[in-house]
Design a protein around this ligand. Sequence first.
Ligand SMILES: *[C@@H]1O[C@H](CO)[C@@H](O)[C@H](O)[C@H]1NC(C)=O
Ligand SMILES: *[C@@H]1O[C@H](CO)[C@@H](O)[C@H](O)[C@H]1NC(C)=O
Length: 332
Amino acid sequence: MSSYTQEKAVAIDAVLRASRVCQNVFNKLVSSETITKKDKSPVTIADYSAQAVVNTVLAKAFPNDPIVGEEDSKDLHGDAAANMREKIEELANSVLEESQTITQLLAAIDRGCYAGGSTGRHWTLDPIDGTKGFLRGEQFAVCLALIVDGQVRLGVMGCPNLPIDAKNPSGAKGCLFVAVEGEGAFQRPFDGQELQPIKMSTVNTTADSSFCESVESEHSSHSDAAQIAQLLNITKPPVRMDSQCKYCSISRGDADIYLRLPTRADYEEKIWDHASGNLLVQEAGGKVTDISGKPLDFSLGRTLKANKGVVASSASIHAEVLAAVQKVLAKN
Ligand SMILES: *[C@@H]1O[C@H](CO)[C@@H](O)[C@H](O)[C@H]1NC(C)=O
Ligand SMILES: *[C@@H]1O[C@H](CO)[C@@H](O)[C@H](O)[C@H]1NC(C)=O
């Protein structure tokens, strides 16, 4: 008997609609000639529209479930934001089944203000992760997870620009990833129906493995990663991409190791940045801890306050990877 069947179906529907809204924003606002490259407002519009869409879909199916979302509507009130409200209303309604007023959409966005915690059930949403990848037309992700009593039970990620087959990077794009606790990890094309099981690759030694790392080095230091790679005798070039698509990429064996090294001592990772990826990697046969080897603790509110950084890899090499991470971080 599969658990969370209805939640899974609703989350897939929500993530696919939100992915479509992001693609619509990109096609309308980013790829058009009318805005300059530095204009970040399309990201903002996509963020709000995607959160409004996901929260509207969730609220209809599960009216009592609170949501920990990245955005709130406080910057969307007042005359200065009128233009933005108009765009959000048009875009969100372009993918929703029942048309919503802007007042309803703002209320939906604010369903994301829940504080999280260790009891009961709540969702966590990153409406668009990887904003730079989004603006470049490269990798970004819509990430949604269900947390029950502090544990991630269901994770769904939409990666609109990720090639369905990593070996054919110019082929069809748009992948949906799904994991249910204890039931495995799966992928399907956006326009396909069948979920196919995915697995981390089975590498026996770190020398045969490769990193998946950020395009932007500010998220996680490339020079530390290079030293770690050296300690692990890794010679394969890293696979570089923005966003939590990195979790998806290693889950299906395109690369083996994803590190998020702490860049500031006081930074607390957000639960919506890691909940679905954490479950996906574990269900694909991998292991995820922080840099001290502790599992990620999603029960402490909106952030992973008890953890520093993330080390995700095939289970068979995790101990060696962790040891190399600790050695390099202790030195630098
Ligand atoms: C890795 O381990 C598997 C299973 O233990 C084994 O079948 C395979 O030959 C090993 N590969 C290498 C390159 O040693
Ligand atoms: C890396 O290679 C060196 C030299 O061959 C070896 O001593 C070391 O154990 C290797 N490290 C790992 C993690 O495989």
